[in-house]
Design a protein around this ligand. Structure first.
Ligand code: MG
Length: 347
């Protein structure tokens, strides 16, 4: 268990304030066959989710890793992101030992995936311009009451052909439906999580009211939750995050259901280092991921990444790692520089 702190190249705005560094919980599993790595998606502080990086590290050290070493389950539904990180490290060790890439293990069909960028509430037109200039295939704008239709309209006016979507992180209420309907003229790919996480009825009513497709992110905590949301017509697109779903098995289960039902999915991001980003790229290479994800270059957030930096190619794509396991490893010099503490859990 490593607690790592990476400086950010730009501030990251959260529900609790502004982060200037990314604290990470990274799991390294050592077995008789070799080692494996897993990065936890939890952010610096609880807020966006109830899990946070230091808390997840404590849960893994005190509960999940000892349970695994006793031969039990390391999955805890109350701590999906911690569970996912440990499961990924175990899987990565197995795959590295057998020489199989995570992408091929998951059933990936693409060797590269289109990039996408998520811009915060503090972003302006110049930030959109920089993203377009950098080659991003799709731009996502965060919206909230007081910062929505007018700003999105100004972006659309400046870039008429840009693949554009918005994310509200649950900031609206059903009473805002008429206001949000003004987005329908702006040719958006989707509106993400407009209402509260548990309001499937409200999302269904909004989805019926809007021409803009409604996508759910925070609400989709399991494959069963995805089934229920689709059955109730609360969304027509789903954002998949393996951490939120408790791991890659559940993420692939959501993907498979959506692929069978012709529901587009895309891969979310959680300010991951190159390690977590590489795992996201493997997932996003599955055939149901027909929309660009929040998959950006290392340089979007980090001057020095934990791994070799991930970069966009000349066409604005990211290569899906093809080496064994996740396909990338933390650099020894980066670990030495950014690791705050480490704890070993033994059988
Ligand atoms: Mg979101």
């Amino acid at each position: 268990m490593l607690r790592i702190t990476l400086p950010l190249v730009r501030p990251f705005h959260t529900t609790r304030g502004v982060d200037v560094e990314r604290r990470l919980c990274v799991v390294r599993v050592v077995s008789s066959e070799g080692e494996g790595w897993g990065e936890c998606a939890a952010l610096n502080e609880p807020g966006y989710t109830s899990e946070w990086a230091d808390g997840a590290a404590s849960v893994i050290e005190a509960t999940l890793a000892p349970a695994l070493l006793r031969g039990g389950s390391a999955a805890d539904p109350l701590n999906p992101m911690a569970s996912a990180a440990l499961a990924l490290a175990v899987l990565d060790a197995d795959l590295r030992a057998t020489g199989v890439s995570l992408a091929s293990h998951l059933g990936a069909t693409a060797s590269r995936v289109p990039s996408g960028i998520a811009l915060g509430l503090d972003a302006g037109l110049d930030d959109v311009g920089s993203a377009v200039e950098a080659g991003y295939h799709r731009v996502k704008l965060k919206i909230a009451p007081g910062h929505d239709v007018d700003f999105v309209r100004s972006v659309r006016a400046a870039w008429p052909d840009l693949a554009l979507q918005v994310d509200a992180n649950g900031a609206y209420s059903p009473a805002d439906a008429d206001h949000l309907a003004a987005l329908d003229d702006l040719d958006l790919l989707l509106i993400e999580q407009p209402l509260a996480t548990d309001d499937l009825d409200g999302h269904a009513a909004l989805a019926a009211r809007l021409r803009t497709p409604v996508c759910l992110d925070e609400s989709i905590t399991s494959a069963a939750a995805a089934d229920e949301a689709l059955r109730r017509r609360a969304c027509s697109v789903i954002c998949i995050k393996a951490g939120r779903l408790g791991g890659l098995d559940e993420a692939v289960a959501v993907h498979d259901r959506c692929l069978a039902a012709a529901v587009p999915v895309w891969c979310g991001g959680m300010l991951e280092s190159g390690l977590g980003r590489a795992a996201n790229l493997a997932l996003a290479a599955l055939p149901g991921f027909t929309l660009p994800g929040d998959l950006s270059a290392s340089s979007r957030w980090f001057a020095a990444d934990l791994t070799e930096p991930l970069t966009l190619d000349a066409d604005g794509y990211l290569a899906v790692p093809s080496g064994p396991g996740i396909g990338v490893s933390p650099r020894a010099d980066a670990l030495a520089r950014f690791t705050e503490s480490r704890v070993t859990v033994r059988p």
